[in-house]
Design a binder for this molecule. Sequence first.
Ligand code: PGA
Length: 221
Amino acid sequence: MKDLYIVANWKANKTAAEAIEWLREISPLTTLPASNKKMIVCPSYLSVPTVSEFIKSNDLPIEIGVQNVSSFEGGAYTGEVSVHQVAEFAKYAIIGHSERRNNFAEDDEVLTRKVSTAVRAGLLPIFCVQNENALVPPDVKIVAYEPVEAIGTGNPDTPENAQRIASTIKSKCKDVTHVLYGGSVTADNVTSFTNQRDISGVLVGGASLNPTEFSSLIKQC
Ligand code: PGA
């Protein structure tokens, strides 16, 4: 059975209290995933320690990721959160989301630095690309293919095209072991993507915010 990564990207939503409420609601709904399934939540930085504490004390089968990392190692960078601070709580880091590229002018150079800084701190990048020609920095093992026009629009890519792009990325980038699909994934369409040979999971925005909706998405996989 192939690995399946089901990643919730909460973006700039949910206070720490709302994050705990989500976890409280989802815990009875989520049966322990099979060992090939990984459920990862990516809250805002401010909620990460609270979410981590709740997951540990309730022994939930959920891992933590962040939505961005600093390209600096740490030290005199006012306002930044260092990768070492992140690595205390999280295992994964989404890097290169199109909302970062477009709103914060993150280019290939800065994203390559972010990946190497994250990897040095022991984090696993989930590197987002918008097409098969985007640069994938060395050491990236997990890529999320997310076409911009599919994000938050209700218009997902076709599973066949997502499969074609996933297979191209894997053959071009030898370090990449898993390609996820993201963009308007819901409980209704998730298996059309995860059933594709080269797609190893999904990155979910809108449909991850409601615990009932997200747990029904997980149950489909
Ligand atoms: P969406 O977002 O599921 O709301 O389309 C996906 C993402 O931006 O990662």
